[in-house]
Design a protein around this ligand. Structure first.
Ligand code: OGA
Ligand code: MN
Length: 296
């Protein structure tokens, strides 16, 4: 193809910078506009940053839900959340994460992450990564925490590592479903059809990242219910130990939201937690969820 034609059709590159954070994980991307078309070279840089830093923060993104969906799709197929009542009208690929009540009814999922978890680990094909785009932020609180599960695995003492070798664990969406933890908890009852979509699944406790080849711990207090083939008390104690190593402070990045942040994390490398905010303050974010591989 003559270069003139190519120049006319391929989007121009954007001059953006990737700044890794000082702490355990994460990087911020400055000077990129996701409302503009993204060429393959720029996309490859972003993809690399996501693999290397596990969570990337795109600052100041004035993008529409359609643009968030289009960008998310470049990483894979999107997953539609089981709570249909909280999907954005006209865009079921977007889950509304919000504590806002309008006309007596919540407009979104109010407690999208009040226990540490990896999104959709309760599905046979859990999420590769999720994107949250800030729509309305509280003046206080509302942070999201991310913990590095590669580092968690590396930190395990030898006996603990041996105790989980080759083992699998069960994950269930309803594991902690009805446990209130913070003020203003609200979760709709699941109907039979929804319950059928969230049957328990079994995944390896140590998974291999399909793109980087690195191993990571893959259990969480939010969705993991038991270790397969272990007596219940042993399973409970072992999981409690694993959870303790999963959230060592030196392995955590705490995201303090800024207006128009778009945060994209890797659910194969991290677990995350919503720190919560005072119930009377409004918080609303749009989430897209990209499907990943079967953990191995
Ligand atoms: C999520 C989630 C955390 C938050 O949307 O998957 O866990 O801080 N959200 O809202
Ligand atoms: Mn989540």
């Amino acid at each position: 193809m003559p270069s003139a034609t190519y120049a006319a059709t391929a989007p121009r590159g954007q001059a953006f910078e990737i700044h890794p954070f000082d702490g355990a994980v994460g990087a911020e991307i400055i000077g990129l506009d996701l409302a503009q078309p993204l060429n393959d070279t720029d996309f490859a840089r972003i993809h690399r940053a996501h693999l290397d830093h596990h969570v990337v923060v795109f600052r100041d993104q004035r993008i529409t839900p359609e643009q968030q969906i289009a960008f998310s799709r470049r990483f894979g197929e999107l997953q539609i959340h089981v709570l249909k009542q909280f999907l954005l009208a006209g865009h079921p690929e977007v889950l509304i994460v919000s504590n806002i009540i309008e006309q007596g009814a919540p407009i979104g999922l109010g407690d999208a992450g009040k226990f540490w978890h990896s999104d959709l680990s309760y599905k046979p094909l859990p999420s590769l990564g999720s994107m949250l785009h800030a729509q309305e932020l509280p003046s206080e609180g509302g942070d999201t925490l991310f913990a590095d599960m590669h580092k968690a695995l590396d930190a395990l003492p030898a006996e603990l590592r041996k105790a989980i070798e080759g083992r699998q664990a069960a994950h269930s969406y309803t594991a902690r479903y009805s446990e209130p933890k913070f003020e203003g908890d609200w979760r709709p009852r699941l109907n039979a059809e929804q319950l059928a979509q969230v049957q328990e699944v079994i995944h390896p406790i140590v998974r291999t990242h399909p793109e980087s080849g690195r191993k990571a711990l893959f259990v969480s207090e939010g969705f993991t219910t038991r270790i397969v083939d272990l007596p219940e008390d042993e399973s409970r104690e072992l999981l409690a130990e694993l959870y303790r190593y999963s959230v060592l402070p030196q392995h955590i990045y705490r995201h303090q939201w800024q207006p128009h942040d778009l945060v994209f994390w890797d659910n194969r490398s991290l677990i995350h937690l919503a720190a919560g905010c005072p119930g009377h303050l409004r918080r609303k974010l749009y989430r897209t969820t990209i499907q990943g591989d079967a953990p191995f």
